[in-house]
Design a binder for this molecule. Sequence first.
Ligand SMILES: [Zn+2]
Length: 539
Amino acid sequence: MVLLNARIVTLEASQPQVEALAVGGNRIAAIGTTAAIRRYVGERTQVIDLNGRLVIPGFIEGHAHFTGVGLSKLNLDLTKAKTWDEIVRMVEGAAKNARPGEWIYGRGWHQEKWTVKPSPAVEGFPTHDSLSQVSPHNPVLLTHASGHATFANAKAMELSGITRDTPNPSGGDFLKDASGNPTGLFRETASRLIRTGAGEPGRTAEEEAARAQRLLELASREAVSKGVTSFQDAGSSFDDVDLMKRMIDEGRIDVRLWVMLRVSNEAFAANLEKYRTIDYADGFLTVRAIKRSIDGALGSRGAWLLESYSDKQDDIGRNTTSVEEIRETAKLAMQHGYQLCVHAIGDRANRETLNIFEQAFKANPARRDLRWRVEHAQHLHTADIPRFGQLGVIASMQGVHCTSDAPYVVARLGEKRAREGAYVWQKLMKSGAVVTNGTDAPVEDMNPIAGYYATVTRKTDDGSVFYGDQRMSRMEALRSYTINGAYAAFQENSLGSIKVGKYADLVALSKDILTIPEDEIRSAEIVYTIVGGKVRYKR
Ligand SMILES: [Zn+2]
């Protein structure tokens, strides 16, 4: 394969920009001018003329959940629905394909986005009759874009035992029409009244296996359609890894997988030698990391803080896995050459994690270049920021979390903590830390263009900028999404930049996101995704 007439940004200092490249097998064979690369064209060469388009190293999704992405694809995506009727038609289609009694899930509807008001309506929300008509035998549950409300049909309410006499739970309510019957809308804690999965017939072992494979295929397709050529999976079981490996053998996975195991210390100790996998199948599977979570998330006040939340006195969040237990994981990881990746969001969570890492490093002075990672690293005390660089700890962050969380960060933390320590990419990079990028999909859409935009602008939906001094430059953001991700996985010698001998993992874009005006970045599209010298997605 050759790519001609492109603007290829290589991220290699010796030759930062070229026009063309040739691929031999799954690796880059040559780079140079279009004229020079034309000489590689033979009878069977696939020639792609890019008309001056930007080509960059493939995006490396630094932290997301592969099976979770697949699962989210099985649900109806209601985010683009313009009317309630459209949603009803989507559910009708799903009901036709569903097994009897199977639950139908959807997510992302928002009544403010509808161009036509539903009728009949109660408080502006539709009633369940239309949904119940198109899906009489399949329970339906549709979650609001905010996650703070759900909509159910008659079957779902029936299976959950909900009637007009059911009392509202504390902290939530469900809407009733003029005659006192439930409309189908459940707000806040009332959503928990719906017993999801109730009455659903079990699957046979074969159906279960087919479904598991389908999830991985959907996730793979989603990744390459978004320009992601490597996917760093933030926590899978041994069974998940077995299935990934088998499907890679069968050529059914198009994206490279780098997997953190999420298993107990006991299971890890018993299996770590067996599961240690490096660059399997020409670099399509690597397993040599383990995941732990020391706290929760900021929005739900689960992030573990040094001092109380600003909007809730005497609440410092939650420590979800004990320091003792993570210390034990650190010992095992150190002994057996695994990377330790700890989810830490609050400043206390980050400090405790850095303490665990530092202690492990000091106890093993001969072991260097370990590249242990803090996943998220969102809210840091100023005293801890330089420790990332000093200890060589990777800050595995998500640009898009910064802008989607921004509306409530100051409420939770107060202005001082937010300004000094929230998503401090520049401060971390100046400390010498490697900062990677990603989306935590399916929490956020796995779209690196949106992540890149958030990283270079820190601009929220209302146009305000969240502490702009911590923005990355466009080249810094590109590096965070490519070569830095490779480094964080010990793969910088084979991935993350465009260089002769490296794997041919490339993305061509419809617009030059390195130079176009800021407001146009989000409209850029992926034109080609190439992994291992093979076109895996084409617009
Ligand atoms: Zn995650």
